[in-house]
Design a protein around this ligand. Structure first.
Ligand SMILES: *Cc1c(COP(=O)(O)O)cnc(C)c1O
Length: 352
């Protein structure tokens, strides 16, 4: 349905009819000086005031940074809020289904269970690439969302845009592309293609490349119509004042952000060389993100060995297609060195 406009037939009827809560701040947004409309405490400025429910200022900054329009942007309490709201807007509990392309990020499946929505799982190919036909074949007339993560967590590779766009053009449901790791990627974001595809949605976040996981700020980019439904359903003040402030401050410093990303990418390449020198490492999958998926002998034992030395990595060895693998985040130079030294010690013990 690439060129079709209008997605209202995919939206739950109770949401189409919803009249959202209208807050005091929604009803007045001019520049008055005496605010006696919201039962706020007059003391403790500025945190005594409710934040802007529309996040106009921050949205302007982000839209400009991303080359998008404000009307195509929704801000959530992390991407996780965006994911959950997509379920609540699109999926009738107990009736509709969604598709995930596995192995992938666990939140899609958790949100599906919370919302009582069936999840159909389609596997990536053994080389972790996307097979458009197997996704398209899994769609039925109750499928509302297909989640595609690129670069994908935990496989660390990017998926080609060609099969993603072919899926978007051939199916009548929303195709959500989660770009949490896009700033580490050598590939282009799909953001520039949004205006050609009514059913395409792109998720991004400040949690990874911007170093702001603690403030919880996720972005949903989509056609204005879907953004409108998400905005109706969200909590009125879903982005708090401290988050708005911290995000605005950080986004001013594009240079620092780029510097961090470059450092992480340099460290990633060093880590690959180091890990490849260890005999129990079987394979490091090509990464387009800030983590490595590493196949090795006896991953649970390595995981425990590291944990006993205070180094935590993610054991993905029981995940289909990730058998034998740990997922290792790229840290600072000092952290990565500690990891490597511990793994060297492990390699010299009788374990191997
Ligand atoms: C880390 C991650 C996110 C980020 O979620 P936030 O709620 O924005 O912190 C989103 N998607 C994927 C695939 C991730 O790995």
């Amino acid at each position: 349905m690439g060129k079709v406009t209008g997605i209202s037939h995919l939206v739950r009827s109770n949401i189409l009819d919803l009249v959202p809560y209208s807050s005091a701040r929604d009803e007045y947004s001019g520049s008055a000086s005496v605010f006696l409309d919201a039962n706020e405490n007059p003391h403790n400025s500025p945190l005594n005031r409710y934040p802007d429910p529309q996040q106009t200022e921050l949205k302007n900054t982000i839209a400009e940074l991303k080359g998008q329009q404000v009307k195509n942007l929704f801000l959530g309490n992390g991407s996780d809020e965006g994911i959950d709201l997509l379920f609540r807007v699109l999926c009738d509990p107990g009736l509709d289904n969604i598709i995930t392309v596995d192995p992938t990020y666990g939140m899609y499946g958790v949100c599906a269970r919370i919302n009582d929505v069936e999840r159909k799982s389609v596997l990536l190919r053994a080389d972790f690439l996307l097979d458009a036909d197997s996704v398209i074949n899994a769609v039925d007339d109750r499928t509302k969302i297909i989640f595609i993560c690129s670069p994908n967590n935990p496989t660390s590779n990017s998926l080609d845009s060609e099969p993603i766009l072919r899926i978007a053009e051939e199916v009548d449901c929303m195709v959500v592309v989660d770009e949490a790791y896009i700033d580490f990627s050598s590939r282009e974001s799909l953001l520039s293609l949004l205006s050609d595809h009514a059913n395409l949605v792109v998720l991004q976040t400040l949690s990874k490349a911007w170093g702001l996981a603690g403030i919880r700020l996720g972005m949903v980019f989509a056609q204005e119509e879907l953004i409108g439904y998400l905005s109706r359903v969200k909590y009125p003040y879903n982005i708090n004042s401290l988050t708005l402030e911290a995000a605005s401050e950080s986004l001013k410093n594009q240079g620092l952000h780029e510097n961090w990303v470059n450092q992480i990418l340099d460290e990633r390449e060093k880590m690959i060389v180091q890990l490849n020198s260890l005999v129990f490492i079987q394979k490091i999958y090509p990464s387009d993100a800030n983590f490595l998926l590493v196949k090795m002998d006896n991953p649970p034992e390595v995981h425990n060995f590291l944990m006993e030395r205070g180094i935590i990595v993610r054991d993905r060895s029981s995940v289909p297609l990730c058998e034998g693998c740990l997922r290792i985040t790229v840290g600072t130079q000092a952290e990565n060195l500690k990891l490597f030294e511990a793994l060297e010690v492990y390699g010299q013990t009788d374990n191997v």
